[in-house]
Ligand binder design. Structure first.
Ligand SMILES: Cc1cc2nc3c(=O)[nH]c(=O)nc-3n(C[C@H](O)[C@H](O)[C@H](O)COP(=O)(O)O)c2cc1C
Length: 226
C-alpha cells in the first residue's frame, strides 16, 4: 500500500474528568451521539454496526458485523440465526468480543465478555417488528450453510412467501426456532478516542464484582497506552 493517506485524528478524546460514572452511561452517550450524527450528516451510515468476534472449536477467531438491536444495563444484544456459524461457535464457547466503530467521529467502543441467549419473549417481540420480507428471509436462509446459487435462495423465499402471505399483521409469519439472539455480558468495556499525533485516549472499565453495566460499584476505571 504505497498510497497511504494519513489522517491525523483530531477528536476530542475522552478524559477521566469527562467519562461517565458507568460503562453503560458512557456507551449510551456515544451511541446517542453517533445516532444523532447519522441523522445530521452522511458519514455515520450505520451507527449500530457491531463487529462480533467468536472462536471456533480449534480456537481460531472469526469476526462478522451485525446490528446492535438491544442495549441496556445488561449489555449489548444482537439478533441472528442461532444455527449459523456464530451461533455454533458461541454454543461451543460463549467467549465473545465486539466493537462499535465510528471512524468519522474518531471513536470506538470495545466489549469483551460472554454471550448469553436472549429470552424467547424478547426475540418474539423484536421479530414481530421486522418487515414481512425480513421475516420471510429469516425462514429462507439456513445462515452460513452453502447454497448452490442465488436462484435457489430466491425459490426458497417464494415458497415461504406463499406459505405465509403478507397480511399486514405482526403474526403472519411465525418465529423460527432457529432465529434468536445474544446479549454480551461484559467483563470489560473500552472507550477509544482518536487524538492528534496518534496519542489516543483509551479508558477501560474492568469488572471487579457482579453487577450491571450501570452499577458503578462493579467496575474500576483505568487508562491504557494508545
Ligand atoms: C451492516 C451489516 C449488518 C448486519 N446485520 C446482521 C444482523 O443483525 N444479524 C445477522 O445475523 N447478520 C447480519 N449481517 C450479516 C453478518 O455480517 C454475517 O454475514 C452473518 O451473520 C453470518 O455470519 P456467520 O456465518 O459468521 O454466522 C450484517 C452484515 C452487515 C455488513
Amino acid at each position: 500500500m504505497s498510497d497511504v493517506t494519513r489522517v491525523d485524528y483530531d477528536g476530542e478524546g475522552l478524559s477521566e474528568e469527562h467519562v461517565a460514572p458507568t460503562p453503560w452511561q458512557q456507551a449510551q452517550r456515544w451511541v446517542d451521539d453517533a445516532v444523532e450524527r447519522s441523522h445530521a450528516r452522511d458519514d455515520v451510515p450505520e451507527p449500530y454496526a457491531l463487529s462480533v468476534a467468536t472462536v471456533d472449536a480449534s480456537g481460531a477467531p472469526n469476526v462478522r458485523t451485525v446490528l446492535m438491536r438491544f442495549f441496556d444495563e445488561r449489555g449489548p444484544g444482537f439478533l441472528t440465526n442461532t444455527d449459523s456459524t456464530k451461533g455454533v461457535e458461541l454454543a461451543g464457547n460463549p467467549a465473545v468480543a465486539a466493537s462499535l466503530t465510528w471512524p468519522s467521529m474518531y471513536r470506538a467502543v470495545r466489549f469483551r465478555g460472554r454471550a448469553e441467549l436472549l429470552d424467547r419473549d424478547e426475540v418474539a417481540t423484536y421479530f414481530a417488528t421486522r418487515p414481512w420480507g425480513s421475516r420471510i428471509s429469516a425462514w429462507t436462509s439456513r445462515q452460513s450453510q452453502p447454497v448452490t446459487s442465488r436462484a435457489e435462495l430466491e425459490t426458497a423465499y417464494e415458497t415461504y412467501a406463499a406459505r405465509w402471505p403478507d397480511r399486514g399483521t405482526a403474526d403472519d409469519v411465525p418465529l423460527p426456532d432457529f432465529w434468536g439472539g445474544y446479549r454480551i455480558v461484559c467483563d470489560e468495556v473500552e472507550f477509544w478516542g482518536g487524538r492528534r499525533n496518534r496519542l489516543h485516549d483509551r479508558l477501560v472499565f474492568t469488572r471487579t464484582a457482579e453487577g450491571s453495566l450501570d452499577d458503578a460499584s462493579a467496575w474500576v476505571l483505568g487508562r491504557r497506552q494508545p
